[in-house]
Design a protein around this ligand. Structure first.
Ligand SMILES: NC(=O)c1ccc[n+]([C@@H]2O[C@H](COP(=O)([O-])OP(=O)(O)OC[C@H]3O[C@@H](n4cnc5c(N)ncnc54)[C@H](OP(=O)(O)O)[C@@H]3O)[C@@H](O)[C@H]2O)c1
Length: 310
């Protein structure tokens, strides 16, 4: 197949492009910086410079690549695009990402329609920091926007948009768990864990669903090859409370046990969204992705995967 990866240089793109190439697909992948074209070439793709917020540029790039499938992996979460992460002001830190999820998705869909591309796969997120008591999140459920902390809602609304328009166009929205592995988000947290600056807040009752970047990439390859339609939770087999995974991560990277801090003390620093993620997060089920995509995980649980983070 001819596959167009919008955002080929990011945490997921770097692992996805080589897997697509290894399966015999012809890949065109994008970056916003000409200095990263060589990296894309080394990954096995034909590289192209494209700003996902420029409708004409997106149309031109897609027309040139003539793909069978478009994969949307554009976010602006790295330091280069967003500066330092700020949980108290996610609307500032996430501004570019939100635009890429709304306008960027719309531009890709318009380009797909104009150029006869029949299928699209896009990135969504498996984070649900509210109503922990309701248990496992399946694909039947949409994020209950009004119930989310206001600041998280600003990040969730664009994801809602992605899932709606992509599924409506006959494509697949992949709700990835928290990335770990090479280039994954845990790397950024390890320094904090080592300095005991990532505490267990309010009992650490919030659940996280993790996924190794290579497993996230292999699920994406299957979504492309199967021309999958619908929403899929791409998470590992063992969603876990912060009180379980954070001490294990500390052990794996040779750090002391994390501190425990009450919510009232940390709220002014972490904000409502940070507290909700650490105390209220719901676990996600991966049953549909395994059943319908035939997805097999190389790292079924973070318990094993985190051992390679040290
Ligand atoms: N589910 C998750 O846990 C999850 C999901 C996403 C990201 N993250 C984490 O967030 C951190 C940063 O993510 P990242 O490394 O993927 O970097 P990123 O800065 O979010 O970039 C992702 C991709 O989007 C592209 N991009 C950025 N702005 C663009 C624009 N205006 N138009 C078109 N493409 C654009 C980037 O290209 P260039 O930079 O080459 O221009 C790159 O290919 C990592 O730690 C990652 O693990 C986690």
């Amino acid at each position: 197949m001819r596959v167009f990866v919008a955002g080929g240089t990011g945490a997921i793109g770097r692992r996805l492009v080589p897997q697509l190439v290894a399966r015999g697909h012809q890949v065109t992948a994008t970056t916003t910086g000409a200095d990263k074209l060589r990296l894309l070439e080394q990954l096995g793709a034909e590289g192209i410079v494209m700003d996902g917020l420029d409708a004409a540029a997106v149309d031109e790039a897609v027309a040139k690549a003539r793909p069978d499938t478009i994969v949307h992996q554009m976010t602006g979460l790295s330091f280069a695009h967003a500066g330092k992460p700020n949980f108290r002001h996610p609307e500032r830190f996430g501004a570019v990402t939100n635009r890429l999820r709304v306008e960027g998705t719309d531009h890709l869909l318009a380009a797909a329609e104009a150029n006869g591309v029949p299928h699209i796969v896009a990135q969504s997120v498996a984070t649900w920091p509210a109503n922990r008591e309701r248990g496992l999140v399946t694909e039947e459920e949409q994020l209950p926007l009004p119930e989310l902390p206001a600041k998280f809602r600003m990040m969730a609304e664009p994801l809602h948009h992605v899932e709606g328009v992509v599924v409506n166009a006959g494509g697949a929205a992949l709700r990835y768990g928290g990335f770990y592995g090479p280039g994954g988000g845990v790397e950024g947290q390890i320094e904090l864990v080592r300095k005991r600056r990532l505490p267990i807040i309010g009992g650490g009752t919030g659940c996280f669903s993790w996924v190794h970047v290579d497993d996230a990439a292999s699920a994406t390859v299957l979504a492309v090859e199967n021309k999958a339609t619908g929403v899929f939770n791409i998470v590992d087999d063992e969603p876990a409370a912060v009180s379980e995974w954070l001490p294990h991560l500390a052990t794996c990277v040779g750090a002391k046990r994390p501190l425990r801090i009450p919510t009232w003390l940390v709220r002014p620093l972490a904000g409502d969204m940070g507290v909700a993620i650490m105390t209220e997060g719901r676990p996600f089920s991966n049953a549909k992705a395994k059943r319908e995509l035939g997805w097999e995980l190389r790292y079924p649980t973070w318990r094993e995967g985190f051992k390679e983070e040290g």
